[in-house]
Design a protein around this ligand. Structure first.
Ligand code: SAM
Length: 339
């Protein structure tokens, strides 16, 4: 859920609004900034939740990894939390924009923007400091083709599966301990494999989908982030496994129903804890489960999911818990939550 406080990057943009080109394509806009952009106009993002907010504001939105067909005369890049993802965006912009086109780069000091001058210098790109306030900085450079090794696709192995990786996609080239615990538990729940359908919500690099598909389930997967969608597709292909992968904001556009819904749901928005999306998943799951269907969730123990689960399901079991994670199984949806 977007906060109503104007984020520091937007405060800095406000005071620079007259200096910045209102034609620049606004790129990689974070969810917190989406409701407050000082300029309307066109945007390029990979996050469906951000795209939905921008659409509601009447912005022209391009959603996806491939650059928009129409070239822009300049861009304003919101430097992301993942440094390697920032490099990916910079590389894309430097190839997409006409050579010499202006690129402005903005970000919070806590988010790593201070590393940008060194990045630009190492790539042989100019760097002009335009402003520095509210613990944020704004830099300017000009497009020129560059490439960064860190910004590329990679691979790793876990649980005898091959996984694709990309900067910015959870869990960045390693198996998350909570996901590991969830999958080990599912192995005990389904020792003979899975014959029904399963939906992996917030699929990230696809590890849960791959595991479910290998166990025999007919798998669907979704994630709000286009990078995660592409990574899961690549991970399935690497293992010769099948699955339908789509972009989605929790279960919003999901019409099908499933025997299993499985998730390691997100609980962060930037640096803040935000369990809004996980709560929505819990509330939406009952109407997307087939009779006898079950929801499996892994969560950090400090996250208060039990009350939401109990409000939506007759039966909620804690299957396992250590000091860090808890595995919930919820079944028998309460009637008030049926569609
Ligand atoms: C904790 S990660 C889990 C990734 C992967 N399933 C795993 O276990 O390694 C949570 C995932 O949820 C995705 N996500 C965040 N908000 C979402 C939303 N509103 N709808 C769908 N997915 C979302 C994130 O992009 C991220 O890939």
């Amino acid at each position: 859920m977007a906060s109503h406080t104007i984020p520091p990057v937007c405060q800095l943009l406000e005071r620079q609004a007259s200096q910045l080109s209102s034609d620049a394509c606004q790129v990689a806009v974070p969810l917190s900034a989406a409701p407050f952009l000082p300029h309307t106009g066109h945007t390029w993002v990979t996050d469906l939740a951000v795209a939905n907010v921008l659409n509601q504001r009447g912005q022209q939105v391009h959603l996806g990894l491939a650059a928009p067909d129409q070239r822009s005369e300049g861009a304003l890049l919101f430097w992301p939390k993942s440094h390697a993802l920032g490099l990916w965006w910079l590389q894309q912009l430097c190839h997409w924009l006409p050579e010499g086109a202006p690129i402005e780069i903005i970000g919070e000091h806590q988010g790593g923007i201070k590393r940008v001058p060194k990045v630009l210098e190492a790539a042989g790109l100019a760097c002009i400091r335009l402003d520095n306030a509210r613990r944020c900085s704004l830099f300017a450079t000009h497009a020129r083709p560059v490439s960064f090794d860190e910004a590329e696709w990679g691979e790793y192995s876990a649980l005898e599966l091959k996984l694709a990786t990309h900067p910015g996609v959870f869990a960045n080239g390693r198996l998350d301990a909570g996901t590991d615990m969830l999958l080990a538990r599912l192995a005990q729940e389904f020792p003979k494999g899975i014959s029904g359908s399963a939906l992996d919500v917030g699929c990230g690099d696809g590890i849960i989908s791959l595991w479910l598909a290998r166990a025999g389930a007919k798998v669907s997967a979704l994630d709000v982030d286009a990078f995660a969608v592409e990574t899961t597709k690549r991970s399935l292909a690497l293992n010769g496994l099948e699955g339908e992968v789509s972009i989605g904001d929790m279960l919003e556009g999901v019409d099908d129903s499933f025997d299993l819904i499985v998730s390691n749901p997100p609980f962060h928005q930037a640096r803040d804890v935000d369990i809004g999306p996980a709560r929505r998943l819990i509330e939406q799951a009952p109407s997307r489960l087939r009779p006898g269907g079950k929801l499996y969730i892994v969560a950090n123990v400090f996250l208060p999911y039990r009350a939401s689960l109990e409000a939506c399901f007759e039966r909620v079991d804690t299957l396992e818990e250590d000091g860090r994670y808890r595995i919930y199984r919820a079944s028998s949806p309460r009637r008030s939550y049926k569609r």
